[in-house]
Design a protein around this ligand. Structure first.
Ligand code: G3P
Ligand code: MG
Length: 253
């Protein structure tokens, strides 16, 4: 699996990944946030997905309370009610398919699977998008804190790249897991970013992407460490600081 050219060539500026869209400026994980990130020039988007009522909903939490006008677990409310909620500035909680339609040919999409139940329906949805010629598999990326879930994803559909996620304390375990399952990268928290870890990842052919990176000194530290990608709530800032926005092809059609 390739490491982004920034590290290999020594140009060393990381790719800009819009974390939950342009979530510093707009309601996170909404079409408005993803559209704003694209308008800012980002060519990578990250989102979170849950399965409820057999639909893939783009929302970070398993509950409605923090990001919508509703309360309680997603599963406890009928789909029509969920879709009628305000996710901020009058936005709905999007379906994954709506984000795929918005971003096709304009961005790479990192789908973070928040639960095991979402795996099968997500693979099916992405396979449909590829079959329709809207996306190519290498424009899609599955990530999860549950590495076994990614292992299963690779077994069921090896065409889609994967990246294991880890929070504080990233070490040899995530590198071994990433290598074993054929990941293209490891996604780690900012507090785990250390030069030795980055070097060890690169030695194994794994790119390293870091979340969240919202301040300039954090970004500059990531550049010094040779980080390949930054998840940021402020894509316009990261791009102004030198983060890259690689061109995205028009899909497989
Ligand atoms: O994928 C990077 C980051 O989104 C992981 O953590 O909690 O923001 O989904 P979280
Ligand atoms: Mg996420």
């Amino acid at each position: 699996m390739p490491v982004e050219s920034s590290h290999i060539t020594g140009t060393s500026f990381p790719v800009c990944i819009a974390h939950r869209g342009a979530s510093g400026e707009e309601p996170e994980n909404t079409l408005r946030a993803f559209g704003r990130a694209l308008d800012m020039g980002a060519t990578w988007l990250e989102l979170d997905v849950h399965l409820a009522h057999d639909r893939l909903l783009v929302i970070h939490d398993p509950t409605l309370d923090r990001t919508t006008s509703g309360q309680g677990p997603l599963a406890a409310r009928p789909l029509a009610e969920i879709r009628a909620l305000d996710a901020g500035r009058g936005e709905q909680i999007p379906f994954l398919e709506e984000v795929l339609a918005l971003a096709a040919g304009r961005a790479r999409l990192n789908i973070e699977l928040k639960e095991y139940e979402a795996l099968g329906p997500t693979l099916a949805s992405l396979q449909r998008a590829v079959a329709a010629g809207k996306w190519s598999p290498d424009q899609l990326l599955l990530s999860a804190f549950d590495w076994d879930l990614l292992d299963r994803a690779r077994q069921r559909e090896p065409a889609f790249p994967v990246a294991p996620l880890v929070g504080k304390g990233a070490g040899a375990e995530v590198l071994e897991a990433g290598y074993r399952i054929g990941a293209e990268a490891v996604h780690i928290s900012r507090w785990s970013a250390r030069a030795r870890f980055v070097d060890a990842a690169h030695a194994r052919g794994l790119a390293v992407r870091v979340y969240p990176v919202n301040r300039r000194w954090e970004f500059e530290l990531m550049v010094r460490l040779g980080i390949d990608g930054v998840f940021t709530d402020y894509p316009d800032r990261a791009l102004a600081w030198g983060a890259r926005a690689p061109a995205v092809g028009a899909g497989s059609a």
